[in-house]
Design a protein around this ligand. Structure first.
Ligand SMILES: [Fe+2]
Length: 371
């Protein structure tokens, strides 16, 4: 006989799955001590454009300790991580859906729903309540992590009344990697499960292996989507940021900037306009390629452009862009609709005086513009 578990969300009215276990999923043999993972806020309110070099963080052999939370509000946390090794414990985020963007490294996400192999460019989306482990193939791993306190989903604007992605969507169902290789672990013993709830990491010890499912069905499961499979939408005139949208949660969106043709009107200026996100902060995480609107930007660098003040191309970028046909840039953008707070960990990585980086030197613009 199997043990049925309903994994439900939003008072059992949201997405759910039925999981069939070998043993009841309730066999807790011990609870060890807990630790606080709550981020320490350094700047609660601010209106300053900032930038952070995240590739400067040291790697750490422990999966959870490698995670540094940089920017937070009540809807989401944004972290970076450089885990070096696979760990023996299991992890469950009971508060938040996690989206892990794989910037460096490859491996396998292991869950009760099966496994998902991942590589550079994959977004792993792991719904809250999913116990997981990650097996790494390399020691040099770099992740951008979003913890969302609401469900992360594919944008509603791409879907029809029945939920199917429409043809104008920049990706479709066949691009979604779902768990495969379901392996049923019939094991008794001591299994450490670290559970994060309200910023506290609880250490539970289970008496049976957490991945003891013989099967499951439903709509609540982890998946992966590669940024390299995002088909860009381009036009004769400048296309606005929403065409890059990839995911959404309550009060935020995630967008993918990928290699694409520039605007092809003969008089188009490929660099974007100066812009004010009146009611949204804007986070850009630079992944690869030459980011055309920015000067001196490195891989893994984050910019925070807060709502309330305009930002735009760096000096010389507009002139440099004229006549260019395409870009090879890759970046992940996160737009939270409520202001973000900056943590102490973020300040350690901050680029000094980034907010002054638009100071115009007219003679320099002419020089750069002629390149
Ligand atoms: Fe922007």
């Amino acid at each position: 006989m199997f043990q049925e578990e309903l994994v439900g969300t939003q008072g059992f009215a949201g997405n759910s799955s039925l999981v069939y276990h070998l043993y009841p999923p309730t066999i807790v043999t011990r609870i060890e001590s807990s630790v606080s993972l709550e981020p320490k806020i350094a700047v609660k309110k601010g209106l300053k454009a900032r930038s952070f070099k995240t590739f400067n963080i040291e790697g750490h052999p422990d999966y959870l300790k490698s995670r540094k939370t940089l920017l937070v509000n009540n809807d989401l946390y944004i972290s970076i991580a450089a885990p070096q090794k696979s760990v023996n414990y299991f992890y469950k985020n009971a508060d938040a859906d996690e989206m892990i963007f794989i910037h460096k490294g490859s491996g396998k996400l292991k869950t009760i729903y099966g496994n998902i192999p991942f590589e550079y460019g994959d977004y792993l989306v792991i719904p809250r309540g999913t116990i997981y482990q990650i097996e790494f193939n390399e020691t040099d791993n770099k992740h951008l992590v979003i913890e969302s306190f609401s469900a992360i989903s594919l944008p509603r604007k791409y879907r029809n009344d029945y939920g199917q992605l429409q043809e104008h969507s920049p990706f479709c169902e066949r691009d979604i990697k779902i768990p495969t290789e379901l392996k049923t672990h019939d094991e008794h013993g001591e299994f450490d499960v670290m559970i994060k709830k309200q910023g506290i990491l609880y250490h539970y010890v289970y008496g049976t292996h957490p991945f003891d499912a013989v099967g499951w069905d439903g709509y609540q499961y982890p998946y992966a989507f590669s940024i390299h499979n995002f088909e860009p939408i381009t036009g004769r005139l400048h296309m606005p940021p929403p065409i890059h949208q990839t995911f959404e949660g309550n009060n935020f969106v995630v967008c993918s900037f990928v290699p694409r043709m520039y605007d092809y009107h003969p008089q188009a200026i490929p660099a974007p306009y100066h812009h004010s996100n009146i009611d949204s902060d804007e986070i850009l995480y630079y992944v690869d390629g030459d980011f055309m609107s920015r000067n001196n930007i490195e891989k893994g660098q984050i910019t925070l452009h807060p709502g309330g003040i305009p930002h735009g191309p760096h000096p010389g970028a507009i002139e440099r862009s004229i006549g260019k046909k395409e870009t090879n840039e890759i970046a992940v953008m996160i737009d939270p609709f409520k202001p973000l707070m900056v943590t102490e960990e973020a300040l350690k990585l901050e680029v000094k005086d980034y907010y002054k980086s638009w100071i115009t030197q007219p003679e320099k613009i002419l020089e750069n513009g002629s390149r």
